[in-house]
Design a protein around this ligand. Structure first.
Ligand SMILES: Cc1cc2nc3c(=O)[nH]c(=O)nc-3n(C[C@H](O)[C@H](O)[C@H](O)COP(=O)(O)OP(=O)(O)OC[C@H]3O[C@@H](n4cnc5c(N)ncnc54)[C@H](O)[C@@H]3O)c2cc1C
Length: 321
C-alpha cells in the first residue's frame, strides 16, 4: 500500500510538483501509508535532492528523451503500471492542463474516481477532497471511498511544508515498451519570457475599464516589476483587446495566486469564479459600488491610470528595480 504523488516537470520540476508532494505527504502521515513519488521526463538529475523534506523514501524516475513532453501513449501506462505495482491507495497530481489530462486517462484506465481541480485534500479513513463547483458558488466536500482514490490539486493552493527527512532514493526506469503515436519535439510559448497564468504567484488583470487595448502596457509594466502574469476579464477578451489564454473566470482560466490585482474589472460572478481563491485580492476601480469590492482584501477607489503607475513606481522603489 502507498500514497503516490505525480511530480510534474517542464525542463526541471515545476513548483506544483512540490505542492503535490507536500499534500501527498500530509495524506501519507495521516494514513500511515508510505509516500512514493513519480517523475516522468528527460532526466530528474539534481532535482532529486530538492525532494528532501517530504518523507518520500523513493522516487521512481522514468527517463527518456521521448518522455520530455507529455505524451498519453507513454505517461498513462507508466502511472497505471506503477499504481498497480505499488498498490497505491491514493494518487495525487496537479490540476494543470497536463495533470488533468493525464489523471483523467489514468482514472479511466483504472476505473476509479477522480476529483479534479481540488483546493484541498485530507485523510479521513479515505481521501477527502474539497472542490469548488458551479463557478465557485458552492464548495463540495467529497470522500472518495474506492481505491486508488485520485485527485488533482489546483496550483498555488497548497503551502509547501518540509521536515528533516532526507532526499528519496531514485529508482531508475526507462521508457515503457509502447508505440508513441505522437512525440512532441518542442513547446514554443506564445510570448517568450511571460509567466504562465495558472501557476503565477502574482496576477495583474485588466478589464473593460482599461478603455482601449493600447493601454495594456500600463498593466504589463506592473507585471514586469512584480514578476506577475497578465490576466483579463472576458469583456476585454470579447472586445478583441487580448487573446483568450489570458482570460480569467468561468469560461477562462482558474487562478489561485498569492496576490490578484484586478484593474478596471467590475467583479461579475463569472469573473470571480476564476480568481476568488486567490490568497489576497486587490481591486482598483473607480466605481465604489463595483461588486469586486465585496470580495477584495484591499480596495482602491480611483482611476487605474493614476493608481497603477503610482503603485508600480512604489514597488520599483521598494524592490530596487
Ligand atoms: C456564461 C458566462 C460566462 C462568463 N465567463 C466569464 C469569464 O470567464 N471571465 C469574465 O471575466 N467574465 C465572464 N463572463 C462575463 C461577466 O459576466 C462580465 O460581463 C465580465 O466579467 C465583465 O468584464 P469587466 O469587469 O471587464 O467589464 P465591466 O463589467 O464593464 O466593468 C468594467 C469596470 O471598470 C471600471 N472602470 C472603468 N474605467 C475605469 C478606470 N479608468 N479606472 C478604474 N476602473 C475603471 C468600471 O467602474 C467597471 O466596474 C461570463 C458571462 C457569462 C454569461
Amino acid at each position: 500500500m502507498s500514497i503516490l504523488a505525480i511530480l510534474e516537470q517542464r525542463g526541471g520540476l515545476k513548483p506544483c510538483a512540490y505542492e503535490t508532494l507536500s499534500a501527498a505527504a500530509t495524506i501519507a502521515k495521516a494514513s500511515g501509508m508510505p509516500l512514493r513519488a513519480l517523475y516522468i521526463g528527460a532526466g530528474l538529475g539534481e532535482d532529486a535532492q530538492s525532494l528532501a523534506g517530504f518523507g518520500a523514501a523513493t522516487v521512481y524516475a522514468y527517463e527518456d528523451p521521448e518522455l520530455t513532453h507529455f505524451t498519453p501513449d507513454a505517461y498513462v501506462p507508466i502511472v497505471v503500471g506503477l499504481a498497480r505495482e505499488l498498490d497505491a491507495k491514493v494518487i495525487l497530481g496537479s490540476a494543470t492542463s497536463v495533470g488533468k489530462a493525464l489523471c483523467a486517462s489514468v482514472a479511466g484506465r483504472l476505473g476509479v474516481e477522480l476529483a479534479q481541480d481540488c483546493t484541498a485534500v485530507a485523510w479521513d479513513s479515505a481521501l477527502a477532497a474539497t472542490k469548488p463547483l458551479y463557478a465557485g458558488k458552492v464548495v463540495a466536500e467529497m470522500r472518495l471511498d474506492a481505491t486508488p482514490a485520485m485527485a488533482t490539486l489546483r496550483p498555488n493552493v497548497v503551502r509547501v511544508e518540509r521536515n528533516e527527512t532526507p532526499p528519496p532514493s531514485v529508482v531508475q526506469r526507462g521508457k515503457p515498451e509502447v508505440t508513441l503515436r505522437t512525440i512532441i519535439r518542442d513547446v514554443v510559448s506564445a510570448a517568450a519570457g511571460t509567466v504562465e497564468l495558472t501557476e503565477a504567484k502574482i496576477v495583474v488583470s485588466g478589464g473593460r475599464g482599461l478603455g482601449d487595448p493600447k493601454h495594456w502596457p500600463v498593466l504589463q509594466s506592473l507585471c514586469d516589476t512584480l514578476g506577475a502574469a497578465l490576466g483579463a476579464s472576458r469583456a476585454a477578451v470579447d472586445a478583441g483587446w487580448i487573446a483568450h489564454p489570458h482570460q480569467v473566470g468561468q469560461t477562462g482560466k482558474v487562478v489561485s495566486p498569492d496576490v490578484y490585482i484586478a484593474c478596471g474589472i467590475s467583479g461579475a460572478i463569472q469573473h470571480q469564479a476564476g480568481m476568488r481563491t486567490a490568497r489576497l485580492i486587490v481591486a482598483i476601480n473607480k466605481d465604489p459600488d463595483a461588486p469586486i469590492f465585496k470580495i477584495c482584501d484591499y480596495g482602491i477607489v480611483g482611476d487605474l491610470f493614476e493608481i497603477v503607475p503610482a503603485l508600480n513606481e512604489e514597488f520599483r522603489r521598494v524592490l530596487g528595480k
